[in-house]
Design a protein around this ligand. Sequence first.
Ligand SMILES: Cc1cc2nc3c(=O)[nH]c(=O)nc-3n(C[C@H](O)[C@H](O)[C@H](O)COP(=O)(O)OP(=O)(O)OC[C@H]3O[C@@H](n4cnc5c(N)ncnc54)[C@H](O)[C@@H]3O)c2cc1C
Length: 431
Amino acid sequence: MGEKASVLVIGGGIAGIQASLDLAGRGFQVYLLEESPTIGGRMAQLDKTFPTMDCSICILAPKMMECYRHPNIKLLTYCELKEVKGIVGDFNVKVLQKPRYVDEVKCTGCGVCAEHCPIEVPNEFDMALGIRKAIYMPMPQAVPRCMTIDKENCIKCGLCAKVCRAGAVDLQQQPKEMDLNVGAIIIATGFDQYDPREIVEYGYKRYENVLTALEFERWICASGPVGGHLIRPADGIIPKRIAFIQCVGSRGLKFGSPFCSSVCCMYATKEALIIKMHAPDVQVYIFYNELRAFGKGFQEFVNRARNEYEVKYIRGRPGEIKEDPKKSLTIWYDDTFTREIKSLTDVDLVVLCPALIPREGNKRLAEIIGVELDEYGFFKVKHPLFAPVDTTIPGVFVCGYCQSPKDIPDSVAQASAAAARAAEMLAQVRR
Ligand SMILES: Cc1cc2nc3c(=O)[nH]c(=O)nc-3n(C[C@H](O)[C@H](O)[C@H](O)COP(=O)(O)OP(=O)(O)OC[C@H]3O[C@@H](n4cnc5c(N)ncnc54)[C@H](O)[C@@H]3O)c2cc1C
């Protein structure tokens, strides 16, 4: 082991960022490995955050920047974990850095190349509701502030290279393999979203005015595809009625996964409040199975939405959504209080809250590292009560949504716990 013990953190969402900052602050060398071109994770895509209603990127960006500037953190973005060998205190790790075709040191992120790029493709950061160019930066606050060429869509016209005054475009860049030696590993790979197309009755992707909650976060965000204006996707009309549907593909209701995603009751309430702040006259409905407002101040948050903002909570199970020729929607639902089949008509926008599920890549990652997954595909911990951040391999820890469904405050707390456990274990092996 080198002078400073080092730790590999996999996943640059809020959990990975927090674990990295904690460890770096204690003098450990951290390698923060992120598969996408920027750190930030899902939190970077959110408009505001419950329970405080802070602007999400405003509170996240300083932490992202701190990671970039910290002398003890090396950011490995656009990278893939290839191999892990060894034991606690002495893991040998192989990492593959994918080519960005842009020199990270030379690029200033000015974006002139993107202005000249003729190719437009759906922007993943905006959940494909907006467009980006084939040479792009996922978001204005990206860290590192560097463009990336998406080789699949690039037509090799060379315009970007011609206009780049920094000479940063390098179309000959090759994948690069790196060998690292680390004492501990922290896994923080977050979550994926269930695809609601499976529930054909909801018409997701068939009806333009049906979005998922993550899409709605981008839609309503000032930096999103429509500048944060509250309009219907189909025709730009200002909506009068918006409905949220909870538990889409979660809790074993016919489709998807059996577990509760744990954050949807609260983020749907948050999104309802955001709507009310944009346009107080819009009527907002939330269809729920049972409200899970379990955290400190959460029930008060829901009560405020209900009483002050007149958000209507309906305990009911929507069975079908129908679109009329004017693109307005009718929701047919089973009212689970009265046991009647009812309908809510003239809905302009439906926001689905799909199950948040373990990432597909967890299986491969678990094989590479040698850790176990639970029955759902989340990373398994050694003991749920007394070792809640230790995996089944000594020296490998886990935090954030990839361990189990949780919100940002709990992800941050667990990240600090994982960092503390890694530091403690490294102190023992260093002795
Ligand atoms: C619509 C919506 C709204 C929400 N609103 C709120 C809110 O207001 N307040 C709140 O507290 N919570 C909210 N949440 C929950 C919040 O998004 C999560 O709690 C939080 O993002 C979890 O952070 P994380 O770092 O564990 O995972 P993520 O944010 O998913 O980050 C994981 C990171 O790991 C990277 N990664 C994945 N696999 C690999 C790999 N194999 N190698 C390298 N990198 C990898 C990903 O690219 C990503 O950058 C919301 C969730 C949704 C869906």
